[in-house]
Ligand binder design. Structure first.
Ligand SMILES: [Mg+2]
Length: 173
């Protein structure tokens, strides 16, 4: 079985990094717990939205993201059992490619370069399962899909949802 795993907001706490940067930029106290739905930028006053939308283009944005809880342990076992590939739409932010490679070296060293796909559209991938937080990526994927929970996908009902990495472990291990 071939499994593709997204990075941002599946392996890495990207959403939280947007909040952290926003709080620093505007001296705010926004927290994940306060956000019910939507993108981070949709949860701040309009004059602040543009700066959040530019975060991912900043050098270093992807360097120090926290790994999602339990992701490192569960992925290690998944990699022993299945044919697992990282599938990240890194070409959207060209600067991110090196940062993402180094981040994987640090937190997921057992996933070697042969198993890292830095891509654009994910529907070009052929495999059995795609785990992603964006329904846009799952929509045209030919195999099975799991939607990783995020505030921005609270209203998605079309896909099987997973809420954390223990949830994934329960389904796949
Ligand atoms: Mg993602």
């Amino acid at each position: 079985m071939t499994i593709f795993v997204d990075m941002d907001d599946v392996l890495a706490c990207t959403y939280e990094k947007h909040i952290e940067l926003y709080n620093k930029e505007y001296q705010q106290q926004l927290s994940l717990a306060q956000i019910e739905s939507g993108e981070v930028w949709q949860n701040v006053p309009e004059p602040h939205q543009d700066s959040i939308r530019k975060h991912a283009s900043q050098i270093g944005f992807f360097t120090d993201l926290e790994p999602k809880k339990d992701s490192q342990q569960v992925m290690e076992i998944l990699c022993q059992k299945y044919n697992v590939y990282i599938a990240t739409a890194a070409t959207l932010f060209p600067n991110s490619m090196k940062e993402k490679s180094e981040w994987l070296d640090k937190y997921f060293p057992y996933i070697t370069w042969q198993h890292r796909i830095m891509c654009g559209h994910k529907h070009i991938l052929h495999g059995d399962l795609l785990i992603d937080d964006r329904s846009l990526n799952l929509k045209d994927f030919v195999g099975d899909t799991l939607l990783f929970d995020s505030p921005h996908n609270q209203h998605e009902t079309e896909y099987t949802k997973v809420y954390n990495w223990l949830d994934i472990a329960e389904r796949l291990l």
